[in-house]
Write a protein that binds this ligand. Structure first.
Ligand SMILES: C[S@@+](CC[C@H](N)C(=O)[O-])C[C@H]1O[C@@H](n2cnc3c(N)ncnc32)[C@H](O)[C@@H]1O
Length: 364
């Protein structure tokens, strides 16, 4: 990796303060959405309140190094959300005179503000399929919009048509690993033709290694009901595109939901890019770290669902006990319980008394 690029973000990571919170503080912070670490220091906290590490910014060092090696001077980000990656691209491009285009049908206010502040950024508020044909060819595309087979395949067709047969630009993709590598997700299912759209489970939870959706797990709005199979997922779309064109290479860096890179093997930068990416391409250690990360991330969501269900159950039980406490029926039951105790019946268990009920309610 070129040294200048390697140092760009790592230095800031090292300077981040380390906060050691007690478990109680940690739980409180989590509930308030205030966990004290953000996975990538340049990723604004508000953009990642659940600390998923969802932004491609977490793969920024590799992304920028690839752009650098390929001599990119114009880059399109498809799906820019709050502009975390966009800002990094702009900062990287400043000294290089590189232009950045962000395409997003629903940009967050931070991204809209960024576009107003930075004239070298063009923000197009439209879907990729509507925006791409009018753009003209660019040096690189960072594809991170609607994570499904149809949308990504059509984006690739449009980019390839614009570039012409021998000039496919550098392509970078987010979400080529779990959960969207082999499973579609739809921002707007109605934009995807019926024969491409997978059956979906609205609000379905996803858990690594579980092909169906679950009631806990990472929550998505419109995930495919089942993982795998043809025409399902971002990685499947990228692989199908690569295998239907001669002379393309795909590398997969399996970190932070997966970064895919596709380039022409006859591009002038092809060998240097291969030298950069080969050591990380599908590296089993990185893949294990990511598998471990998403397992625990999804587990937290399962536990949150269980805690929420337990809280509701406790609230219902408390309501019943509180009613019981003031009822004349319980007054009689308590007297009966004391009488039985005095007569030596059931002495091994405590008298069912109002004190016991109050104590139990206080404990909750
Ligand atoms: C995962 S976010 C992008 C995150 C951003 N690239 C980052 O890494 O910080 C996906 C974005 O894609 C946008 N989007 C959804 N459908 C799209 C489409 N058809 N074309 C372009 N963008 C789309 C959404 O509005 C959302 O802001």
């Amino acid at each position: 990796m070129p040294e200048a690029v390697a140092g760009l973000h790592c230095a800031a990571s090292v300077q981040r303060p380390q906060l050691n919170l007690s478990p109680d503080d940690l739980v409180r912070a989590y509930r308030a959405g205030e966990l004290p670490w953000t996975l990538h220091p340049a990723c604004d906290f508000e953009s990642d309140p659940g600390q998923w590490g969802a932004s491609l910014i977490n793969d920024a060092e590799i992304t920028l190094a690839a752009l650098e090696v390929a001599g990119v001077r114009s880059v399109v980000e498809i799906g820019a959300y709050a502009g975390d990656v966009t800002r990094v691209l702009l900062d990287w491009g400043r000294e290089r005179g590189a232009k950045v285009v962000a395409i997003d049908p629903s940009p967050q206010p931070e991204l809209v503000r960024l576009a107003a502040e930075r004239p070298e950024l063009t923000l197009i508020e439209a879907t990729s399929h509507d925006a791409l044909p009018d753009l003209g060819p660019k040096d690189a595309y960072v594809i991170d919009g609607d994570h499904n087979y149809y949308t990504v395949s059509r984006e690739l067709e449009l980019i390839a048509d614009m570039a012409g047969p021998d000039a496919l630009p550098l392509l970078l993709f987010h979400d080529v690993s779990w959960p969207h590598g082999r499973r579609d997700d739809y921002f707007s299912p109605q934009l995807v033709p019926d024969d491409y759209r997978q059956p979906t489970t609205e609000g379905g939870g996803l858990f690594p290694g579980v092909p169906k959706t679950t009631s806990g797990g990472l929550p998505y709005k419109w995930p495919a009901a089942t993982e795998g199979g043809p025409r399902n997922g971002v990685l499947t779309a990228v692989e199908d595109f690569v295998s239907s064109h001669d002379g393309l290479r795909l590398a997969v860096i399996p970190a932070f939901f997966g970064l895919g890179v596709v380039w022409r093997t006859d591009a002038p930068y092809a060998d240097e890019l291969a030298r950069l990416l080969d050591p990380l391409d599908r590296h089993p250690l990185v893949a294990r770290l990511e598998a471990n990360r998403v397992y625990h991330l999804a587990s937290v969501h399962v536990q949150l669902m269980e805690v929420a269900a337990a809280r509701e159950r406790i609230a219902r039980q408390e309501a019943v006990l509180t009613r019981l406490l003031g009822s004349s029926a319980f007054f009689l039951a308590e007297r009966l319980s004391r009488l039985r105790h005095r007569l030596g019946i059931g002495r091994e268990s405590p008298i069912v008394s109002r004190e016991l009920l109050r104590e139990t309610l206080n404990h909750n």
